[in-house]
Design a protein around this ligand. Sequence first.
Ligand SMILES: [Zn+2]
Length: 168
Amino acid sequence: MTILKYKIFQDDHPILKKKCEEVSKNTENLQDMIDTLKHALFVDYKKTGAGLAGNQIGFSYQILAINFRNEEQNEKHLNEIWINPKIIWSSKKSYEMFEGCLSYPNILVPVIRPSEVKIEAFNEKFEKKVFRAKDFYARVFQHEIDHLNGITFLDRASDLSRIKKIKK
Ligand SMILES: [Zn+2]
């Protein structure tokens, strides 16, 4: 296993505004990028990160990790990597929540999103998987898939005037 040197790209860095490339089995250094993404979220940012997209740590590829910490959803297979993830269905019902982001560590942004989504993606072995995410994890998937498309929560803010600053 190779963990590459990485940093979390922040604020208005152009890598966060660019759509990430789709991944194939032939993508160069794919396993190293996956190992590094997992290490970043499941070890280094285990306590503070709910999800992490490849481009947030400098890999402009469609890979993301979700940190399932919720007891009832804490099934091991969920903490796999999600490759080329797509939202194939979203509920009509939506709600607003203040979201945080490792790339914008000092603010919380109100965003209205569907409360349930269905995700289609591949795992590390390139097996297709479909997952129905609810509530908090539906939100995390939408936030992270937005990252992979070069969209940040600021682009989705329901009201920029209500952004909260996090006091240190
Ligand atoms: Zn984020």
